[in-house]
Design a protein around this ligand. Structure first.
Ligand code: MN
Length: 198
């Protein structure tokens, strides 16, 4: 064994998504206040400012050929009718793909291809793996009643670009409709909200 402190072995807790001696980054509603479609519902919860998710990133190894990985925990809940979700991002280095491995809970991933505009939704839950190709914005959504816990594993050179998708947001939303998680075009959902409030 060398003297390097770079981790080549870690314990993690698949129930609460914690890793001993590692500090997660936490995202609260205030960090995602422009992400949710129902802005009135969002404002009503800002004071409470619920925790939406945390990610513990392992970025010990850097440089060509190395990997970074992160353990995510997305809490259950909704803002209005829209389920708790992550901010979502492209990789700064667009060709970089990513593998997500579901450990606990019931969720979805929204994938939006920057080159074709194609938007699709795939399940992310215990015992599922999701492949996120390059050039694809990705967002995780918790549609269950317990925390959604998952690993994301990606190139150390990927980097994160939150700005590009943050400005225009994803074309699709996941909302509760007739007590069911339902995939809708954002524009159609905004029209529904507008019709209710007018
Ligand atoms: Mn990613």
């Amino acid at each position: 064994m060398g003297t390097s402190k770079l981790a080549d072995f870690l314990h993690f807790d698949p129930m609460d998504g914690s890793i001993p001696d590692r500090t997660p980054v936490r995202r609260y509603l205030r960090d995602l206040s422009s992400s949710f479609a129902d802005q009135a519902a969002c404002r009503a919860r800002l004071q409470e400012n619920p925790l939406l998710y945390q990610v513990t990133s392992i970025e010990d190894h850097t440089g060509t050929g190395q990997l970074h990985y992160g353990l995510g925990v997305l809490m259950p809940g909704k803002i209005g009718r829209e389920y708790f979700m992550t901010k979502g991002h492209f990789h700064a280095w667009r060709p970089a793909a990513e593998v997500y491995i579901g450990l606990r809970g019931r969720g979805l991933m929204i994938l939006e291809d920057e080159r074709t505009g194609e938007c699709r939704v795939v399940p992310l839950e215990a015992n599922t793996v999701v492949y996120v190709p390059g050039w694809t914005a990705h967002r995780t959504v918790n549609i269950g009643e317990e925390p959604l816990v998952y690993w994301g594993i990606f190139s150390s050179e990927a980097g994160h670009d939150y700005g590009a998708i943050g400005k225009r947001n994803f074309r699709i939303v996941v909302v509760e409709k007739d007590n069911q998680p339902t995939i809708m075009d954002r524009s159609a959902f905004l029209q529904e909200l507008g019709a209710q409030s007018s």
